[in-house]
Design a protein around this ligand. Structure first.
Ligand SMILES: Cc1cc2nc3c(=O)[nH]c(=O)nc-3n(C[C@H](O)[C@H](O)[C@H](O)COP(=O)(O)O)c2cc1C
Length: 185
């Protein structure tokens, strides 16, 4: 094994004290559980708890980058970017996307997938105007997208590596959820 592999293996992993996740008492609406975990991440004081990996498809090949969650409402989970960016062009060609949040302080991960829709101009320009670099000029290239979730998966890590996962899937107009068990635990 290389020296790098040895050093990576020796790095600290999960914190000693992590919350539990009881799959039998999760809310029916995954957005409620997501918001609960996001609030905990914000309260932890960790930097950029609203940052996540945002995955798109580039001609069928997955590509991810870090984005900031801007909002969550009945339209979905919002992100904003330039319409003519690579990700903007990828979304125009294929609206399927996924987000992966990881909160180290609690050992929690949330994955969300679905299709994005481009929100209206007023929403996009309001977001543009809220940015620290705003100089008073509108930016017609700025776009807020909402990821409309088709599925969520919540993972609560455990020190014994028997991580607890709950998957939600949209079935018609309602959400169904179940505990997820895979060879990964
Ligand atoms: C912490 C962090 C947050 C970021 N947030 C955003 C964001 O909200 N919107 C954005 O367009 N780019 C954001 N970026 C930059 C993107 O990761 C990416 O480099 C850029 O948008 C170009 O992506 P693309 O070429 O795949 O379109 C962020 C980067 C970091 C490290």
């Amino acid at each position: 094994m290389s020296d790098l592999a040895d050093r990576l293996r020796a790095l600290p992993s999960f914190p000693e004290d992590m919350p539990d996740l009881d799959p039998d008492s999760v809310p029916e609406d995954p957005a409620a559980l997501f918001l609960d975990w996001l609030e905990d991440a914000i309260a932890s004081g960790a930097r950029q708890p609203h940052a996540m990996t945002f995955q798109t498809l580039d001609g069928g090949a997955p590509v991810g980058r870090t984005l900031i969650l801007k909002d969550l409402d009945e339209r979905g989970l919002h992100v904003s970017t330039h319409r003519t960016s690579r990700k903007g062009e990828q979304l125009a060609a294929d609206p399927r996307a996924a987000m992966t949040f990881f909160w180290r302080e609690s050992g929690r991960q949330v994955q969300v997938g679905g299709e994005v829709v481009a929100l209206d101009e007023a929403t996009s320009q309001a977001d543009w105007a809220s940015r620290p670099s705003y100089d008073g000029s509108p930016n017609p290239d700025w776009q807020v997208y909402a990821l409309q979730p088709a599925w969520y998966e919540f993972t609560q890590s455990r020190l014994d590596r028997k991580h607890v996962r709950v998957g939600y899937r949209r079935e018609g107009g309602a959400w169904a959820h179940e505990r997820v068990t895979t060879p990964a635990g």
